[in-house]
Design a protein around this ligand. Structure first.
Ligand code: ADP
Ligand code: GLC
Length: 528
C-alpha cells in the first residue's frame, strides 16, 4: 500500500521523523507533543511513519517492545520499539556515553547545558543519516526524512551533501530562538564537511549553527503556524535568520500544529475528578473546587481563577507576569502559577507566592498531570508570549474551557479570537488579547476579562466557543501529507555536492568520527 499523497510510481510513502523529544518518552515542551501527535495523525491517514529519538534513560524506560536492530561501535546500538498507547514505531539511538545521563535532554540537573551537545546531536544526526540512506537492516527505509528543530538540523545537510540517491527532506522550525549555535572549531573538530563550515553553509555570525544547517539544506521548510511563518521573515522576529528565510520563502510554509484530542479531552481525562464537555460544564466546577482545595485557595472567591502553566522564561513573559501580579491580585483574581525555567524567575515567583495565602499558589516544577488538572480548574489561562511559534498550551486551555489571556503573535494570533473582536473577525470569541508586552497592558486585559466573568451567560458562551473549536490535527496532517507527496520523486537524488557522508567521519580522535566510522562498516546494505 502506498501512503495517500505519494502517488508517484515507486514511492512507498515511508516517512522518518527525527526529533529530540517525543511524548511520553522525553518531553521538555510542546516539541514533544507535536512530534508524538502529528505522526499518530499521519499514521491514522495511512502513512508508514516511524520516529527516531535519542536513547535517553526516560525514553529507554518508556518505550515498549524494544529490540536491537544494529550494534554500532562504542557500545552504541540502534533499537526499535513502540510508544505506549499510540504504538508508534520508534528508533532509539542507545549510545550510553552520550544519552544515558542523569539529567534532561539538553541540560544537567543544575540546568547547565551538556558541554558536548554538538557532539551528541551530530552523532544522532549521523546515525539518522545512515538509517535514511541505508535502511534499518530489516527492510525499512524512508522516502521522506522530516527533521525537527536544531537538534536534527544537521540531518538535512548531511543528506543534501551526500553524493547519490537520498530521501527528500523537510525541516520544521518549532522555535527559531533555539538555534544550536556552537564554536566553529568544535564543528571542525568533529569532521563536519567543509561546505557546511562556511557562510554559504551553516556558519552563523562566527559560530556553527545547527538550526541554520537545517534551514539552508532541507528541501522544504515548515514552521508551526502561518503567522509565525510570516513573522520569522522579518528582522523583528527573525532572530538573525530572517534574510536566509526570506531567500527560502518559496520553500517555507506555516502549518498550524494540532493537539491530541484523545490525550487532551476533558470528557475522558483520567486526571480530572469528573468529566465534562461543552454541553455540560458541571465537571469543570468540580475540577476548580478540587484544585482550590489541593492548593489551599479560598473556595468561595468571587473572582476568576487565573492559571499559568508555562516555562518561566522571557519568551513566555514570565517577568511581565511577575510584575503584574500585585495588580492581578488587587483585582480580586485567584492566581495559580505552575512552571519551571529561568532560576532567577523561579526564585522570584517562589518569594511572591509565600505571602498571599489563599489567593495565590506558586508551584515550581514540571508535572504533566497537574497541568491537566489546572487547565480544567481554570477560568482564565495566562499564556502571554513575546513571540510564539504555535502555543499548544493555549489550545489545551481552550479545549478545557479556560479562556486565554494572551498576545496576538505567532500561533496565538491564529488560534485565539478576542471576545471583543468578533464583529471584525466574524469568528466566535474564545479569549482575551492585548498588544504591548507590559505589566500594565496585561493587567488591563485581565480587568476586561474579569468584567466579562461577572456575566455568567456570556462567559459560558465564550467557554463553549473555545471548547467547540476544532484544534485537532485533521487538516494540518493532510497538509503535511500533501507536502511530502509533492516532494517524492524517485530517482531524482539531488546530491548538492561531492561530499560523501561516509567520508567525513574518520577524523582521528574526534570521537564522533571514530565511532561512526566503525559503525558504518557494520551498517548493512539497504534491503529493498
Ligand atoms: P513551548 O513548547 O514553547 O513550551 P507550548 O505551549 O507549545 O510551548 O507547549 C508547552 C508544553 O509543555 C505543553 O504540553 C504544556 O502543558 C507543557 N508544560 C509547560 N510547563 C509545564 C509544567 N510546568 N508542567 C507540566 N507541563 C508543562
Ligand atoms: C516550540 C514553540 C511552541 C510550539 C512547540 C511545538 O516549543 O515554542 O510555540 O507550540 O514548539 O511546535
Amino acid at each position: 500500500m502506498t501512503t495517500p499523497g505519494f502517488d508517484r510510481p515507486g514511492a512507498r510513502g515511508r516517512i522518518l521523523f527525527v526529533a529530540s523529544e517525543l511524548y511520553p518518552l522525553a518531553k521538555t515542551g510542546g516539541l514533544a507533543d507535536a512530534c508524538a501527535a502529528l505522526p499518530a495523525a499521519l499514521a491514522g491517514l495511512g502513512a508508514d511513519i516511524r520516529v527516531m529519538l535519542p536513547g535517553y534513560v526516560s525514553a529507554l524506560d518508556t518505550a515498549e517492545d524494544k529490540r536491537c536492530l544494529l550494534q554500532l561501535s562504542e557500545g552504541a546500538s540502534l533499537l526499535l520499539g513502540r510508544t505506549p498507547d499510540s504504538g508508534l514505531p520508534v528508533y532509539l539511538l542507545d549510545w550510553p556515553e552520550l544519552f544515558r545521563r542523569d539529567g534532561g535532554p539538553y541540560q544537567d540537573n543544575d540546568r547547565r547545558d551538556w558541554p558536548d551537545n554538538l557532539r551528541r546531536f551530530a552523532a544522532f544526526c549521523q546515525v539518522a543519516a545512515r538509517l535514511a540512506l541505508g535502511g534499518d537492516g530489516q527492510g525499512w527505509q524512508p522516502d521522506i526524512v522530516h527533521a525537527h528543530d536544531w537538534h536534527a538540523g544537521l540531518l538535512p545537510a548531511l543528506l543534501a551533501l551526500h553524493d547519490g540517491p537520498r530521501p527528500r527532506t523537510v525541516f520544521t522550525i518549532h522555535n527559531l530562538a533555539f538555534q544550536g549555535n556552537f564554536p566553529l572549531d568544535a564543528a571542525h573538530a568533529l569532521g563536519l564537511p567543509d561546505p557546511l563550515l562556511g557562510a554559504d553553509g551553516a556558519e552563523f555570525y562566527g559560530q556553527f549553527s545547527c538550526l541554520k544547517a537545517g534551514i539552508r539544506y532541507a528541501d522544504r521548510l515548515t514552521t508551526v503556524s502561518p503567522t509565525y511563518a510570516r513573522e520569522i521573515m522579518t528582522p523583528e522576529y527573525g532572530a538573525g535568520m530572517d534574510g536566509l528565510l526570506r531567500a527560502r520563502a518559496g520553500d517555507l510554509v506555516g502549518i498550524l500544529n494540532g493537539i491530541d484530542n484523545v490525550l487532551w479531552n476533558p470528557g475522558a481525562d483520567a486526571n480530572l475528578p469528573a468529566p465534562y464537555d461543552a454541553d455540560d460544564l458541571a465537571g469543570k466546577q468540580t475540577a476548580k473546587a478540587a484544585v482550590q482545595h489541593e492548593l489551599g485557595l479560598d473556595p468561595d472567591a468571587a473572582g476568576p481563577l487565573v492559571v499559568g502553566v508555562n516555562r518561566l522564561t522571557h519568551q513566555k513573559m514570565a517577568d511581565v507576569v511577575l510584575a503584574a501580579l500585585p495588580d492581578l491580585l488587587e483585582q480580586g483574581a485567584q492566581v495559580v502559577l505552575h512552571g519551571e525555567g529561568d532560576p532567577e524567575l523561579e526564585a522570584a515567583f517562589r518569594a511572591a507566592g509565600a505571602g498571599h495565602g489563599t489567593r495565590l499558589a506558586v508551584r515550581i516544577g514540571y508535572e504533566e498531570k497537574l497541568a491537566h488538572r489546572l487547565h480544567a480548574a481554570a477560568d482564565l489561562a495566562l499564556t502571554p508570549s513575546r513571540f510564539e511559534p504555535c502555543g499548544l498550551t493555549t489550545m489545551y486551555a481552550m479545549r478545557y474551557g479556560a479562556l486565554p489571556v494572551t498576545r496576538p503573535v505567532g500561533g496565538l494570533a491564529d488560534t485565539v479570537v478576542d471576545v471583543d473582536d468578533t464583529e471584525r473577525t466574524g469568528a466566535a470569541g474564545t479569549g482575551f488579547t492585548f498588544d504591548a508586552p507590559t505589566p500594565a497592558a496585561l493587567a488591563g486585559c485581565l480587568r476586561r476579562a474579569g468584567a466579562r466573568y461577572r456575566e455568567p451567560a456570556a462567559w459560558q458562551r465564550f467557554q463553549r466557543n473555545a471548547m467547540r473549536r476544532d484544534f485537532g490535527w485533521g487538516l494540518s496532517a493532510r497538509r503535511y501529507l500533501a507536502l511530502y507527496g509533492g516532494l517524492v520523486a524517485p530517482g531524482t537524488a539531488e546530491g548538492a555536492g561531492p561530499v560523501d557522508v561516509a567520508g567525513m567521519v574518520d577524523v582521528e580522535g574526534s570521537g564522533i568520527g571514530v565511532a561512526l566510522d566503525t559503525g558504518l562498516e557494520h551498517w548493512p546494505e539497504a534491503a529493498d
